[in-house]
Design a protein around this ligand. Structure first.
Ligand code: NDP
Length: 273
């Protein structure tokens, strides 16, 4: 049995073992996938032990994504630009490859829900780690423009600068956004975790807009609830991104693409029970 884990602290809440166990069953892979709590200052030791005992790959969640970035001996381009790693894979020559599959997970979830990004105007709210991780895969879809906005504008400006060589990206202050110019609005802030809204104007919501909240839960998130009340055409939450990033990690490890949609539906059902 090939061994995989997810490291985090806390970790009991992680849905990754559930998702990967379904992927493994679906694709008939001989593998185990479990959750492992690592001490806050002990990621390196935990990862060393894991790989020394035959571990093939792992996912990394908060607060270890930057530790995993340091740990990797080789990085994919998207992990380099994200500044964070959520997937490690031990290659045949012993090299530990670090990747970041979060952004591709988001893009694949949007595409599966018939939301195209090519040629579209995208608003990304938030400029934390999650925002940084999704910008390169979004730009790879060749949108007309990505606008990053954030409560702390300087952080949005830093991201726009960092990715300026990869596509048309700008930073604009929250309060300067007054026109319904966007086709897709992605909320990457953590505001929803405390039931708060990220602070964009009502005027940005129109029937043709898709609103995507990276936060998810058994009920519609505060942002999606708000957007739906204002008449947004489509609202999606981050459950599909979670399953999508897992599918990308699975693909990297096993070379087989699992069916994310079916697993997302099963997870949604399990969360609502
Ligand atoms: P960070 O702490 O790095 O960044 C938080 C961001 O949210 C910052 O831009 C911050 O603004 C903004 N913010 C926080 N509270 C508010 C508020 N009340 N109003 C407006 N803006 C606010 O977190 P991450 O970027 O790592 O994660 C953000 C969210 O994305 C989390 O809720 C996480 O659960 C979710 N996520 C979901 C994933 C999925 O698979 N579905 C994957 C990864 C993340 P400021 O800079 O001004 O402080």
């Amino acid at each position: 049995m090939d061994k995989y884990v997810v490291f985090g602290n806390p970790i009991a809440q992680s849905k990754s073992p559930y998702i990967h166990t379904l992927f493994a069953r679906q694709t008939a892979q001989a593998m185990t996938y479990t959750a492992q709590l690592a001490p806050v200052d002990g990621f390196k030791a935990a990862a060393d032990d894991f790989f020394a005992s035959g571990g093939r790959g792992c996912n990394i969640t908060a607060p270890f994504k930057e530790d995993a970035y340091q740990y990797a001996s080789q990085l994919t381009e998207r992990a380099k630009l994200a500044g964070a790693v959520n997937t490690l894979k031990k290659l045949d020559d012993g090299v530990i490859l670090g990747d970041n599959t979060d952004g591709e997970g988001l893009v694949q979830d949007l595409l599966q829900n018939q939301v195209e990004l090519a040629g579209k105007r995208i608003l990304l709210i938030g400029a934390g780690g999650a925002a940084r991780g999704v910008i390169l895969p979004i730009l790879a879809q060749q949108p007309e423009q990505v606008v990053v906005t954030n409560r702390t504008l300087a952080k949005a400006e830093q991201l726009a600068e960092l990715f300026s060589g990869y596509g048309n990206i700008d930073a604009v202050a929250l309060e300067a956004l007054e026109e319904p110019d966007f086709d897709v609005i992605i909320n990457s802030t953590s505001a929803g975790l405390s039931g708060q809204l990220p602070g964009i104007s009502d005027k940005l919501i129109k029937p043709a807009v898709t609103c995507y909240d990276m936060v998810y839960g058994p009920k519609p998130t505060a942002f999606n609830h708000w957007a739906r009340d204002l008449g947004a055409g489509k609202t999606l939450d981050g459950l599909g991104m979670l399953v999508g990033q897992a599918a990308e990690s699975f693909m990297l490890w096993r070379g087989i693409r699992p069916g994310a949609k079916q697993v997302k539906n099963e997870l949604r059902r399990a969360m609502q029970e």
